[in-house]
Design a binder for this molecule. Sequence first.
Ligand code: GN1
Ligand code: MG
Length: 361
Amino acid sequence: MVSGPQLSDAELEAAIRCFDIPGRFQGAGELRRGHIHTTYVSTWVGPEGETRYLHQRLNAEVFRDIPALMHNVGLVTRHLAASAEPGAMEALQLVPAVGTGADFAECSGAPWRTYRFIEGAVSHDHPQDVQMAFTAASAFGDFQVRLAGLDAQTLKITIPDFFDSEARLRQLEVAADADAMERREGVASELLFVDERRGSCSVMEEALRSGRMPPRVVHGDTKLNNVLFDRESGRPRCVVDLDTCMPGYSLYDFGDLVRFTAATCDEDEQDLERASIDREIYDALEAGYLEHAAGFLTPFERDHMTFSARIVTLTIGMRFLADHLAGDRYFKISRPGHNLDRARVQFKLVEDMERWQVGGA
Ligand code: GN1
Ligand code: MG
């Protein structure tokens, strides 16, 4: 997908007004975040002063069943809010739609949802120091512990095989065989890179099949910037982006956290020389994650933490490469070859982790 949908100001305001927000509407603007949905922030003035709201025009190509997606988000936000202890992180708060009271609404030709904006918080694409990495990992570990109280059966599978590396490999191979954009020749070395590692794509799936690793509800997109930190104190305030909260395996979240947070460059860096994994950050992530997760990880999981970082990075690289081959239909891009750049960074990170023998499994 090349860019978000272009909406007129009137269409945007109409969509925002589908939600039950008190006060007088002041204005709204786009917040350029994420590869999937399109996000806006609006400002309102009421008796309590100025308040802001976050609105998302949901991507129904990626999430084919929006009611199922919002069923999960509603369940998770309410579970987190109900189980919050004093001093715990906040849960995102959905704003109901006018008239129906539902968690989403069809407006201006698309499905939308609205959250209360979390004020006084910041997010980071890169950790400022090892302490920040530790804190983020601890926040995601805590999030998993709190989700453990939620019956996985009640959550819907909104994107089938989302965490499954074997399925992601097959999707890449289908995209390469179809070669819809005639880009296959240009990515021969990347396809070879994946092919040489195809055996590793079965390790986690085999463990799930054989029962050596339990399925668990996970966050599914544990990028550092999905933790909001308090601007003043630096403490974690809220874990956001709950779209991929689904049954998966715990180490997926740990692996994805390493992939993004310990990387020394942006996810789409074009100078591959800059792409590596920062070992100190890796260690802080491991220690931070274990702060809460040590209590529930099985010996198999404990032994496969470093491996999970490698396999999740390879898997997301395969997804970017498959999308490049298919014509950039899934992840938003802002330049030609953007998904290929993203894939190459992931593969460089995998190579780096292999070099320092991360995850012998
Ligand atoms: C997508 O849109 P965003 O940035 O929250 C993707 C994740 C990927 C991530 C890679 C539903 O998340 O799975 O890990 O990009 N979300 C979906 O940056 O596919
Ligand atoms: Mg996401």
